[in-house]
Ligand binder design. Structure first.
Ligand code: ADP
Ligand code: MG
Length: 314
């Protein structure tokens, strides 16, 4: 992340309908830095899709502004050209054209570009290989699994090297394993290509694979959460757990099978919240926590949780 703000909204408002008005967006102010990976969460009807549509210039706001690299979208003359160059979309349903192969689907957005047929074809093949679909280039969408189709949809979204990818519940129709894989792919693209990603999701696991979570309700951003390092996230989870609460209360030495000094270390880590001072011992504590938590959720395992057992598994 280089800190440059690539997406910004100012008092973004969208009202649908004439009679019974729906305030789908009600004064949304967000800033997303170049290279950031942001999740948008919130209940159904809270305005997530409307926000994404505004960011991608698929629809116009009632009032307020969307700025992309500081440029107000209301002042962009050719929105089609803007979209083609700057944003790629991935939807919950992949929207692939059923009569075209995976490769041809990826080529579609390149039709408006000054590329020869063979250049288009080569780029489509490169993109399919980037998303792990090189071996499926000639398959039709109905010959692919849901996760594979979503990979093709991501390759298609990348066709014109967009700076921003907007994804609306891209894992919504997938089983949880495929969902995790699609998110891992997006993380790789985010890191390797530097693409800024804004992903709407219902799934907390998915959201925690990003850098930052924006929580929406009734057309507003009601909460923002920066996803911490794995250690910080482990500590936060641990602090909320029954065992974490008990350690903080000072009464679980025997339950956890840990020595008093180990419990003291854990307790200090929990109290401090996984600060940088813990880089050395903190890593140890983080791993210890992961093992302890795992065991805590395994019926019958608690009694055997000795420090030696834990250390042997780190
Ligand atoms: P989410 O994606 O968070 O489920 P949406 O952005 O789709 O929510 O919708 C926000 C609100 O705006 C909802 O109350 C929805 O019914 C309404 N809405 C969305 N699109 C339209 C539309 N085209 N016409 C009228 N109302 C709409
Ligand atoms: Mg939606």
């Amino acid at each position: 992340m280089n800190g440059e703000i690539i997406v910004e909204t100012r008092d973004l408002t969208k009202i649908y309908g004439d009679g019974a008005e729906v305030r789908a967006l009600d004064g949304v102010n967000i800033k997303v830095a170049q290279g950031e990976f942001v999740a948008v969460m919130g209940p159904s009807g809270s305005g997530k899709s409307t926000l994404l549509n505004m960011l991608g210039a698929l629809d116009r706001p009632t009032s307020g502004q969307v700025l992309i690299r500081g440029q107000d979208l209301a002042k962009v003359r050719d929105l089609d050209a803007f979209r083609a160059r700057t944003v790629g979309f991935v939807f919950q349903l992949h929207n692939l054209l059923p009569t075209l192969t995976a490769r041809e689907n990826v080529e579609v957005p390149m039709m408006g570009q000054p590329l020869s047929r063979s250049q288009r074809r080569r780029r489509a093949e490169e993109l399919l290989s980037l998303v792990g679909m090189a071996g499926r280039a000639n398959h039709l969408p109905n010959q692919l699994s849901g996760g594979e189709r979503q990979r093709v949809a991501i390759a298609r979204a990348l066709a014109n090297r967009p700076a921003i990818i907007l994804a609306d519940e891209p894992t919504g129709n997938l089983d949880s394993q495929s969902g995790v894989e699609i998110m891992a792919l997006m993380r790789t693209l985010n890191r390797e290509l530097g693409t800024t990603l804004i992903v709407v999701t219902h799934d907390h696991t998915v959201a925690h694979q990003t850098d930052r979570i924006l929580m929406m309700r009734d057309g507003r951003i009601v909460h923002e959460h920066t996803v911490g390092t794995p250690l910080e996230e482990d500590l936060a989870t641990f602090r909320r757990s029954g065992l974490g609460q008990a350690i903080l209360a000072g009464d679980t030495v025997s339950l956890a099978g840990l020595s008093a000094s180990e419990v003291a270390v854990l307790r200090r880590a929990l109290e401090r919240g996984g600060c940088p001072k813990f880089v050395g011992p903190g890593r140890f504590v983080g791993q210890l926590l992961a093992v302890v938590l795992q065991l805590w959720d395994t019926p019958g395992a608690r009694g055997g949780l000795t420090p030696r057992w834990v250390c042997a598994r780190m």
